[in-house]
Design a protein around this ligand. Structure first.
Ligand SMILES: N[C@@H](CCC(=O)N[C@@H](CS)C(=O)NCC(=O)O)C(=O)O
Length: 205
């Protein structure tokens, strides 16, 4: 049985939960927000971030991208397989990198705001502007309900749409970005909400 250290709010943890649901992989969630869960997390990962997954063979994986690759070594199940041609592969990785970086910029601002920090300092203004630049770029480059041209050609729900929907749902859940500024991303997000694995994993405090 897979052990997943995580929360029900994190967009990165959500990707793992969705892949487990899609592939029918049972897992135990260790909630990382309790004192006990936090201690358990720190005992297995010096990064202190979620998700962390402990696999049946004892390997402990610290990052959502690597976790997904490990869980899908035998195939992505009902999810679209990642592309293999050089251009499609880089396009897909870039989408995941962009949404990761936009979310991480806004996660840092969210936590600092919660601690009462002043966000009007140059680096944190850059973080806000970076997120806006990324989200505007994604808004201009998505293809309807798909994140990439490869998605349009092959169809189905892939890791790039999963990364986008998880990230955008978190932005909406935490109210850290006004998605009316990026209507195409908002339409993509709305389109995939009815997929059972997405509906079952919506962020919840
Ligand atoms: N690159 C990592 C990012 C993970 C990440 O930043 N997780 C956040 C939750 S959304 C976290 O654990 N933050 C705790 C902290 O910053 O101390 C991944 O994809 O797994």
């Amino acid at each position: 049985m897979i052990t997943l250290f995580g929360t029900t709010t994190s967009p990165f943890v959500r990707r793992v939960r969705v892949v487990c649901l899609e592939k029918g992989l049972p897992f135990t969630l260790v909630p990382a927000l309790t004192d006990e869960g936090q201690a358990a997390l720190r005992a297995v990962s010096p990064v202190w971030k979620v998700p962390v997954v402990q696999l049946d063979d004892g390997r402990v994986v610290y990052d959502s991208r690597v976790i997904l690759d490990e869980l899908c070594r035998d195939g992505w199940g009902p999810l679209r397989e990642p592309p293999t041609t050089p251009k499609d592969r880089v396009d897909e990785e870039n989408v995941v990198t962009m949404i990761d970086e936009a979310v991480l910029s806004l996660v840092r601002r969210f936590y600092l705001a919660r601690d009462g920090a002043d966000l009007e300092v140059p680096y944190l203004i850059k973080e806000r502007d970076r997120a806006l630049a990324i989200l505007k770029h994604l808004d201009a480059t998505v293809h309807g309900m798909f994140a990439t041209a490869h998605g349009v050609a092959v169809g189905g729900f892939g890791r790039s749409e999963l990364a986008l929907v998880s990230g955008l749902d978190w932005l909406a859940f935490r109210q850290v970005f006004d998605l009316s500024q990026t209507p195409k991303l908002e339409a993509l997000r709305a389109h995939w909400q009815s997929r059972p694995s997405i509906a079952a994993t919506a962020p919840a405090a």
